[in-house]
Design a protein around this ligand. Structure first.
Ligand SMILES: Nc1nc2c(ncn2[C@@H]2O[C@H](COP(=O)(O)OP(=O)(O)OP(=O)(O)O)[C@@H](O)[C@H]2O)c(=O)[nH]1
Ligand SMILES: [Mg+2]
Length: 286
């Protein structure tokens, strides 16, 4: 039923069609919704994939605080589609705070350990415009600079170098002042590898975010890489850390897979929402 309504809605709405040959097969909602209903549900709302494994006594509210409608996701999707009046492109790289461009539009950035999947996630978010070059690599420490991507005049996305193994030498001098001082930074996304769970280095990053007292959100990556039981254990542990050790963190961690595209549409919607680019049609954020 959900899928039938969804397809009807997508047919009636003017949904962006991906023309590019090399776009990921699940880049758009329209493509994703051709899959079987259960698969669509977990692509759009990835927590539903884990919910069946969760004990009845566990409160699910915290995992679904941000639960936008498909209409909202479609609105967000339009923002991630390039057009002559809304160009999405790589803008500039910066090695130090004094190289960071002065921009008015709201900004979001992605931080996390080397190899956690920051660049891959940004690439997946931009999959409707595959001509935007976001470099990913198997080798940790690949992203060496802060890379700025402009999404029209709507917002900017910043891909950060990773911390931990093979982090750039000047990582702290580069990233800390940015996270602390950047005026137009509206959200930091702190990525944690869902297949290994929260690590010591992630806790240090979390403490740093707490110290700056600026809003941030946890994102659990690579959810395709492990069994649901392992993922759920890691998610519940992370959720407990968020609940007991944070004040500036959004209580709901976002689950994603940049390979299978789980959670990409939901995250696009959250980015569009926190940058003030879409009004949610119903109360989706409690
Ligand atoms: N299975 C799986 N692999 C992923 C996923 N996301 C990223 N990867 C892989 O993880 C590796 C690192 O990805 P990147 O996106 O380059 O990671 P990064 O966090 O940007 O790394 P640095 O720039 O080195 O800090 C690559 O081999 C990706 O293909 C995912 O969702 N699932
Ligand atoms: Mg990278």
């Amino acid at each position: 039923m959900f899928c039938f309504r969804l397809r009807l809605w997508l047919q009636s709405a003017r949904v962006c069609t991906v023309h590019q040959q090399n776009a990921h097969k699940l880049a758009s909602l329209q493509k994703a919704t051709t899959l079987p209903p259960k698969k669509v549900q977990s692509l759009l709302y990835p927590f539903s994939e884990l919910e069946t494994y969760l004990d009845r006594s566990v409160d699910r509210t915290q995992f679904q605080l941000f639960h936008p409608s498909v209409e909202d996701m479609v609105k967000a999707e339009k923002l991630f589609s390039s057009s002559p009046s809304h160009k999405i492109d790589y803008y500039i790289s910066a090695e130090r705070m004094d190289h960071v461009p002065a921009l008015e539009q709201p900004e979001v950035c992605f931080i996390g350990r080397s190899n956690v999947g920051k660049s891959s996630l940004i690439k997946a978010l931009f999959s409707l415009t595959p001509e935007v070059e976001v470099r990913v690599s198997k080798t940790p420490g690949h992203t060496k600079k802060m890379n700025f991507f402009k999404v029209g005049r709507a917002f900017t996305i910043v891909d950060m170098p990773g911390y931990g193994y093979r982090a750039p030498k000047d990582f702290v001098d580069m990233v800390e002042p940015y996270l602390n001082k950047r005026k137009n930074l509206v959200r930091t996304f702190l990525l944690v590898d869902g297949s290994v769970g929260i690590q010591k280095a992630d806790l240090i990053a979390l403490e740093m975010c707490e110290e700056f007292r600026r809003p941030y959100v946890m994102v659990v990556t690579k959810m395709d890489k492990c069994r649901p039981g392992t993922l759920l254990t890691n998610l519940l542990h992370l959720q407990n850390v968020v609940k007991t050790q944070t004040t500036s963190c959004f209580p709901q961690p976002f689950l994603v897979s940049s390979v299978q595209f789980w959670g990409i549409y939901l995250l696009r919607c959250f980015v569009a929402h926190v940058t003030g680019n879409i009004m949610l049609t119903e109360s989706s954020e409690n």
